[in-house]
Design a protein around this ligand. Structure first.
Ligand code: FMN
Length: 149
């Protein structure tokens, strides 16, 4: 069973709600899962984790939500070796922002890849324009994702 850290990037709570649902389901499957919505790379204690699940909305024009900026900035600055980690990405966005759809999730995806973490499965991109129930879509994705852990 994996020790999973779920990293949340949210402005208005959708990604937090999705992260909480995923945490509950991971727990039900027997994994240890914590949710972190504030803090830096040091606070995340990546050395103690096996798996990271990024759950991140996009705001502004393709930007990271404010709460996850300190984490992203500290990862860019410290460049920790994350090659022991596997990770997955659930990106929340809105396709009416055509040029920047789910850009923040893609940014976090690229950042973890750059630091040596190994991606599990495909990134899920949830469109708020057509999907009123992002938690249900994420739980469906999680079923397949956890079989690959
Ligand atoms: C001011 C604002 C700007 C946004 N900009 C983008 C964007 O550039 N790209 C995108 O895919 N979605 C964008 N969105 C849509 C959000 O990512 C989407 O509504 C998401 O579900 C919000 O999640 P949250 O409640 O966790 O913050 C924007 C939403 C708002 C309110």
């Amino acid at each position: 069973m994996a020790n999973v850290l779920i990293l949340v990037g949210t402005e208005s709570g959708n990604s937090q709600m999705v992260a909480d649902c995923l945490q509950e389901e991971l727990g039900r499957q027997g994994h240890a899962a914590d949710v972190m919505d504030q803090g830096t790379a040091e606070d995340a204690d990546f050395a103690a984790r096996d798996v990271v699940l990024i759950c991140c909305a996009t705001h502004g024009q393709g930007e990271l939500p404010d709460n996850i900026i300190p984490l992203a900035a500290s990862l860019r600055e410290l460049k920790p070796d994350l090659s022991h980690l596997r990770y997955g990405v659930v990106a929340l966005g809105d396709q009416t922002y055509a040029d920047t759809f789910c850009n923040a999730g893609r940014t976090m995806d690229a950042l973890f890849a750059d630091l040596g973490a190994r991606k599990v499965g495909e990134r899920l991109e949830i469109d708020a324009c057509t999907q009123p129930l992002p938690d249900e879509e994420a739980l469906e994705w999680l079923k397949e994702w956890t079989t690959q852990l």
